[in-house]
Design a binder for this molecule. Structure first.
Ligand code: PHE
Length: 344
């Protein structure tokens, strides 16, 4: 029995020391020390040996089990450490590698510009127009007649304005001023409204003109609204939009729906002097039209011009975006070329 135990021990230790695998080590453990393992098989034979020898052999069996156990633990520890370091090595991450490029979308520069204009006027208390009062397909009445255009005004000509073939007097609006009339028709002063949208004109397309462009209309009606209020609001707008106080210039002008009317210039942003292509060397850039709402317009929407007065303005979004981002061709906004759009 002694020799049997000795042989078993040597065999077990030999197997333990040769294995390279944790799973195999587990199998070896079961094979020798398990409930149905080799050692228990031998122990079960204890009843066949003389009683006086049993304690000695029993002790030897326990010692053998302990020794096999010690070897198992030692090899387990080594193999475990090895497997962990192998795993760590295999999963090593080079934190100095550049990250994966994840392409992401961006706002179109016109959307970003409109949003910025709106938020500047929001901060001055102007509220966004109601969607229903701001249609792009419009009648001649709201686009022209209610805005005090005389019946024979040249802008009403088909050469300047797109008329639909669906119905007479239905057109693509040529200005966002139609929203003034619609808002004032169903709201009463005090009013401070900002109204962005698309407008259409039958223009020959060039680097400065397109058939379709965007405007932001704004107006204010209350008791005692003055031209001074208009100047203050617009100067504050240009200051915020261009990021610094920029000189502005109010030039006398004419619109059928405002009196007096003005065109507002801002000092050239990119000016390179005499030969400047942006301002044609004048030093000034026109950015919007404005004026005091004509009493005729107020009367048309049943607001008493003896009690109320108001100002209105309309600005070209493409124009403002071109100045702010130094873009030299309006067509770039509509080509959907990602090489252009990516830059914003
Ligand atoms: N609607 C005018 C245009 O398109 C701009 C404007 C708006 C002028 C409001 C005065 C007041 O040119």
């Amino acid at each position: 029995m002694k020799t049997k135990l000795e042989a078993l021990k040597n065999q077990a230790i030999n197997e333990i020391n040769t294995t390279q695998d944790l799973k195999e080590l587990q199998d070896i453990k079961i094979k020798y020390l398990g409930r149905k393992g080799e050692l228990n098989t031998i122990k079960r034979g204890l009843k066949d040996i003389p009683p006086e020898e049993r304690p000695v052999i029993g002790e030897l069996a326990n010692k053998t089990a302990a020794e096999i156990g010690e070897n198992l633990n030692r090899v387990y520890e080594n193999l475990y450490k090895k497997s962990v370091s192998q795993k760590l090595e295999a999963e090593r991450i080079d934190v100095t590698l550049p990250g994966d490029y994840i392409p992401y979308g961006k706002q179109h520069p016109l959307t970003a510009t409109v949003n910025e204009i709106i938020s500047i006027f929001n901060r001055m208390g102007f509220m966004l127009v109601e969607e229903a009062n701001n249609p792009e397909v419009e009648t001649e009445y709201y686009n022209f007649d209610a805005l005090n255009f005389p019946p024979d005004h040249p802008a009403k000509d088909m050469q300047d304005t797109f008329y639909t073939i669906n119905a007479e007097n239905l057109l693509l609006r040529s200005q966002t001023s139609n929203s003034q009339i619609r808002e004032m028709e169903n709201k009463r002063p005090p009013l401070r409204i900002i109204s962005p949208g698309r407008v259409y004109r039958a223009e020959a397309i060039s680097s400065r003109k397109y058939n379709l462009f965007h405007q932001v209309e704004g107006f204010m009606v209350d008791k005692e609204v003055t031209f001074g209020n208009l100047k203050g609001v617009l100067n504050e707008f240009t200051r915020q939009f261009f990021g610094q106080a920029r000189p502005t210039r109010f030039r006398a002008s004419f619109f059928p729906f405002t009196e007096p009317s003005a065109e507002i210039d801002v000092q050239c942003i990119i000016c390179s002097g005499k030969g400047c292509r942006t301002c044609s060397g004048t030093g000034w850039l026109e950015i919007l039209g404005a004026g005091m709402i004509d009493p005729n317009v107020l009367r048309t929407v049943n607001i008493d011009p003896e009690v109320y007065s108001g100002f209105a303005f309309g600005m070209g979004v493409e124009r403002l975006a071109m100045l702010k981002f130094a873009i030299n061709d309006i067509r770039l906004f509509f080509n959907n070329d990602v090489r252009f759009l990516e830059q914003f």
